[in-house]
Ligand binder design. Structure first.
Ligand code: F3S
Length: 281
């Protein structure tokens, strides 16, 4: 059995930078907290706990004096609340997410209704809606756009880790559906290139594999998207750890491809590759 890893996979520069900042802050202040998971991967969060980075679910649970904002960012309301409590902020917001926040704010200030392509419950999207200052909506389908909203000036952007082709298709549908209402439409490409490159590498590998394994957090949006693109090509399994691999999946397979979400630690990928090699003996 041949095992091949995707040309680009695993930790993106945004999450790597967040980990670096957290480790540095933890060694300086002894113990720090993060508001929610720094990125959506349990192994990553557990690894950071070992060096003094604890996760809290809400501001009311913060006990220390240093609090980290996760890589997917927060809304301006949450930022103000932290500042009002005089807690030291360690900002690990990814620069790409920061650009998307600026885009949302800029569109709202210019008087556009801001349509964010993404799930309203996704942590990054919640933050983006805050930066859109009450003028934003988050949708995954053009049918979800409420026509009672002011649509004459429409700003369209995306949650950073959405699929590129899906975003292009979405913008086309918006134009086709609301062309009679729209006087001005501004599209801002807020998609993350690291995500796009990982998806393209996964597709290339899926095309020459008989089975794809996607490693990453079940609650990680970019990992789920890798699973979706690979599933449309070949048999694909989504796993969080190497322990979840079933021998039956590998029976009769000559070529197995491996990819991993942008918050999957390097060690988890290595562990999976070693496990797969043990099956190929
Ligand atoms: Fe940032 Fe893209 Fe990673 S938005 S956190 S570089 S997946």
């Amino acid at each position: 059995m041949e095992i091949e890893r995707a040309q680009e996979l695993g930790l993106c520069f945004g999450v790597r930078q967040a980990i670096k900042l957290l480790r540095k802050a933890a060694s300086k202040y002894g113990r720090i907290e993060t508001l929610g998971p720094v990125a959506h991967n349990r192994q990553l969060v557990q690894g950071l706990t070992a060096v003094g980075v604890e996760m809290v679910d809400s501001l009311d649970l913060v006990q220390g004096t240093a609090l980290a904002i996760p890589a997917h960012g927060v809304s301006p309301e949450v930022l103000s609340e932290i500042e009002a409590r005089h807690i030291r902020i360690i900002d690990t917001t990814c620069p790409i997410v920061r650009k998307a926040q600026n885009a949302a704010e800029g569109l709202a200030k210019a008087g556009f209704t801001v349509v964010i392509f993404g799930e309203a419950e996704h942590s990054e999207v919640k933050g983006l809606l805050g930066w859109a200052r009450g003028q934003g909506i988050a949708v995954c389908d053009v049918k979800e756009i409420n026509t009672s909203r002011h649509l004459s000036r429409l700003g369209i952007m995306s949650q950073t880790t959405q699929n590129h082709s899906a975003f292009v298709e979405f913008t086309k549908q918006v134009m086709a559906t609301f062309s009679s209402k729209i006087k001005e439409m501004r599209i801002i490409n807020t998609l993350c290139k690291a995500t796009k490159r990982r998806q393209e590498a996964a597709v290339r590998l899926a095309k020459r594999s008989e089975l794809m394994l996607v490693l990453g957090g079940y609650n990680s949006a970019n990992t789920r998207r890798l699973f979706e693109v690979c599933s449309s090509i070949v048999e694909t399994q989504l796993i969080e750890t190497a322990d979840e691999v079933k021998a039956s999946w590998l029976t009769g397979k000559e070529r197995v491809g491996v990819t991993a979400g942008a918050s999957t630690p390097d060690e988890a990928i290595e562990e999976l590759l070693v496990r797969l090699k043990s099956y190929s003996r």
